[in-house]
Design a protein around this ligand. Structure first.
Ligand code: ADP
Ligand code: MG
Length: 386
C-alpha cells in the first residue's frame, strides 16, 4: 500500500532528520513508529503527506509515486491526526471535522451528513457537540474530534502523530480502546507515531523501531519486537520489562497447556479415582462424548463417592473458563482473580487443556527466540532460578 524507497530529509540547516529509509506498509495494516525523541518519526510521517518535501527518495502510494501528485489530491487520500493543537480554535467542532471535505469541495448536504457520521463514530453525537467550540471539550474529547476529522474524507491512509499523547492516562486508555474498535471496523492503513511502547504494543500490527536519522532498527509484530529484539538498541528501547509487556500480545496457545487426566461423564468414580491417583494434578477434567467440557472431579467429593457412582454425579462445574487465543495478560489475571491454580481452556465448548501459571510462563519462554536473543545469556540463568 505504501512503499518508502530510500526516503530522506536533510533540513536546510544541514540536519539529517531521515537518512535513507526503506519501508513497506501493507493495506489495512497499522504500523507504530517508535523511537527516541528526535529520531525522525514526525519528519517521516509528514513526508508521506508532503507537509515536508523529501530531499531524496520516493513515496509510492498504491503504485503511484506521490512525490509527483498534487498535494490537494494527496490530502484526500491521506488523513492526518496530531496532538492537541490540531483543532482550529475559532471553528466549531462540526466545522473542524468538515475541514477536508470542504477543502475538497464536497456538496454541503453530503459534508453535513458525513460530519454527523464521524461524530457518531467517535462517540460525540452531532446534536450535542457539532456546534461547540474545541475549548468547550475535554482533552480526550478534543482528540476524538481530531480522529473524526482525520477520517472525514474517508482516506485510505491515516497518519497519526502522537494523537493521544497529551491526555491523562485514563482518557488515553479509553481513546486507545475506542480507536482499536474503529480500526477493526475500518481497516485503514495507518502510520502511528508514539513514544509510548505500551501504546504501540496495544494498537499496532507491526512496530517500527527507529534510531537517530530515521534508521529502521526493526520492523516486526509486537510479540517479536518484545520477544526477539533485533539488536541491543531495540532491546534497550523496549525496556527490561518487555517480558511482562509480552503478556499483552501473546495469546494462549494449545501447545502451552497442561494435560491433567480426562474422564467421561459415564465413567465410574472408582476409575476416575484411579486416574487422579496416577497424575500429579490431584483432579481430572470431565468431558462428554463430544469432548466438550463438563466439569472436574477430585478432592473429598471424589474420594468419598461410591466406586460405582457415575462421574456425572460427583463432577463439579467450573466458574470460569479461558477461551483459546485470549491474551496471556487477561488469562493470568483471571487465574489470579479466581484464586485458582488452573483454569480449563476451551475453543467454544470443546475442552483443550488447562492453563496454569507454569503454562503462562512456558508460553512466554517459548516466544523468546531459541538462541541469540540479545540478552538471552544474561536472562536465562536468572529466570531458571525463579
Ligand atoms: N524544521 C527543521 N529544521 C531543522 N531541523 C529539524 C526541523 N524539524 C525537525 N528537525 C530535526 O530533525 C530531527 C528529527 O526530528 P523529528 O522528525 O521531529 O523527530 P521525532 O518526531 O522522532 O521526535 C531532529 O534532530 C530535529 O531537531
Ligand atoms: Mg515527533
Amino acid at each position: 500500500m505504501i512503499r518508502l524507497d530510500g526516503l530522506g530529509k536533510r533540513y536546510p540547516d544541514g540536519t539529517v532528520a531521515v537518512d535513507s529509509l526503506d519501508m513497506g506498509v501493507g493495506r489495512g495494516e497499522l504500523i507504530a513508529l517508535v523511537g527516541p525523541s528526535g529520531c525522525g518519526k514526525s519528519t517521516t510521517l509528514r513526508m508521506v503527506n508532503r507537509l515536508i518535501e523529501p530531499t531524496s527518495g520516493r513515496i509510492v502510494l498504491d503504485g503511484d509515486d506521490v512525490t509527483k501528485v498534487s498535494t490537494v489530491q494527496l490530502r484526500r487520500r491521506i488523513g492526518y491526526v496530531i496532538q492537541q493543537v490540531g483543532l482550529f480554535p475559532h471553528l466549531t467542532v462540526g466545522a473542524n471535522v468538515a475541514t477536508v471535505p470542504r477543502l475538497l469541495g464536497w456538496e454541503k448536504g453530503r459534508t453535513r451528513e458525513r460530519t454527523a457520521e464521524m461524530l457518531d463514530l467517535v462517540g460525540l453525537p452531532a446534536g450535542t457537540y457539532a456546534d461547540r467550540y474545541p475549548h468547550e471539550l475535554s482533552g480526550g474529547q478534543q482528540q476524538r474530534i481530531g480522529v473524526a476529522r482525520g477520517l472525514a474524507a474517508d482516506p485510505d491512509v491515516l497518519l497519526m502523530d502522537e494523537p493521544f499523547g497529551a491526555v491523562d492516562p485514563i482518557a488515553r486508555d479509553r481513546l486507545q480502546g475506542e480507536f482499536r474498535r474503529i480500526q477493526s471496523d475500518l481497516h485503514k492503513t495507518v502510520l502511528f507515531v508514539t513514544h509510548d511502547i505500551d501504546e504501540a504494543v496495544r494498537l499496532a500490527d507491526k512496530i517500527a523501531v527507529f534510531s537517530e536519522g530515521g534508521r529502521l532498527e526493526q520492523l516486526a509484530d509486537p510479540a517479536s519486537v518484545l520477544g526477539a529484539p533485533a539488536n541491543q538498541f531495540v532491546a534497550d528501547f523496549v525496556g527490561s520489562d518487555r517480558g511482562l509487556r509480552r503478556l499483552a500480545v501473546q495469546p494462549v496457545e494449545e501447545q502451552d497447556l497442561v494435560q491433567p487426566p480426562v474422564v467421561r461423564l459415564a465413567d465410574r468414580a472408582a476409575d476416575a479415582r484411579a486416574a487422579v491417583d496416577r497424575a500429579p494434578e490431584g483432579y481430572a477434567v470431565v468431558v462428554d462424548d463430544a469432548g466438550d467440557l463438563r466439569g472436574y472431579v477430585g478432592g473429598p467429593a471424589l474420594a468419598q463417592a461410591p466406586g460405582d457412582a457415575a462421574v456425572e454425579d460427583v463432577a463439579r462445574r467450573f466458574g470460569e473458563t479461558v477461551e483459546l487465543g485470549t491474551y496471556l495478560r487477561v488469562a493470568l489475571s483471571e487465574l489470579v482473580r479466581h484464586d485458582a491454580g488452573w483454569l480449563p481452556v476451551v475453543a467454544g465448548d470443546r475442552y483443550l487443556g488447562v492453563l496454569t501459571p507454569e503454562a503462562v510462563y512456558a508460553a512466554l519462554r517459548r516466544t523468546v527466540p531459541g538462541d541469540g536473543g540479545v540478552d538471552a545469556e544474561q536472562e536465562r540463568p536468572l529466570l531458571k532460578a525463579v
